[in-house]
Write a new protein. Structure first.
Length: 256
């Protein structure tokens, strides 16, 4: 019976992570719509986090979710600053400078960082099913990196990519990995909606001092609303349920 339940939980976890990945896959395309309406990446990131936090706060209230444990507030703050403020801004800047395809490929370098930390820190070796996806991810990152000049310089090689795009993309991948390294223990002991309300609110507060607020067109508001409702609230809810049922390495690999 325990084997059957474990297998069912694993399948459910896979389903939740695939659902999250599908919704996250639209971030670059929809975010670019908002940026095309003269909304800078910092403001797009702020509104995505702020509106997402409001959605989860409302969900937590309606479902009477338990308060976040005091001992987990520091972890939620770290995830909010790194996984929300830094990651959102890095990914949108990678989209702006390198395009959606390059930004998405480098964002999904996250399984490499998760696997490395799991192996070196926790002694968790990737199983055979994870080796091929990890190898393909590494190959993709190498190909993108070789197509550009120095990320620090922001220079291009002839016909290559802007090095800044690679730098922003790798930063987004590293900070995206925090969701898998820190998310499982956070959601194992707290209601996902309550924890995510904290994480996103802290991310929005960290971004707020860097935002220059200006008038936003209806088209841009529609894009921001879609990012908040679909790519944030829906995706994060699926992710939180998935990470509870899978190892960090499995979850990160499936989400790519």
């Amino acid at each position: 019976m325990e084997t059957v339940n474990a297998s069912r939980a694993h399948r459910q976890g896979l389903g939740f992570m695939v659902l999250a990945a599908v919704q996250w896959g639209l971030i670059g395309v929809v975010g670019r719509v908002a940026m095309a309406e003269s909304v800078p990446p910092t403001e797009v990131a702020f509104w995505r986090a702020a509106l997402g936090a409001l959605g989860f706060a409302l969900h937590a209230t309606l479902t009477r979710a338990s308060p976040l444990r005091p001992r987990d507030r520091g972890q939620a703050a770290a995830l909010g600053i790194g996984g929300v403020a830094v990651m959102y801004l890095a990914h949108l800047n990678a989209v702006r400078t390198g395009g959606v395809a390059v930004a998405s490929m480098l964002l999904y370098s996250a399984p490499l960082w998760v696997a490395a930390v799991g192996w070196l820190g926790w002694g968790e070796r990737p199983d055979r099913r994870e080796v091929l996806p990890l190898a393909l991810t590494l190959l993709g990152v190498i190909v993108v990196a070789l197509s550009t000049g120095s990320p620090a310089s922001g220079h291009r090689l002839d016909g290559g990519l802007d090095g800044g795009a690679v730098g922003w993309g790798l930063l987004s991948g590293i900070t995206y990995a925090l969701y898998y390294l820190m998310g499982r223990p956070l959601f194992a002991h707290n209601a996902p909606s309550r924890a995510l309300a904290w994480v996103l609110a802290i991310g929005a507060l960290a971004l707020a001092p860097f935002v220059t607020f200006a008038a936003i067109s209806p088209r841009a508001w529609a894009a921001l609303g879609f990012l908040a409702a679909f790519c944030t609230f829906g995706a994060y809810l699926a992710y939180a349920h998935g990470i509870r049922r899978l190892s960090p390495s499995q979850a990160a690999t499936v989400a790519t």
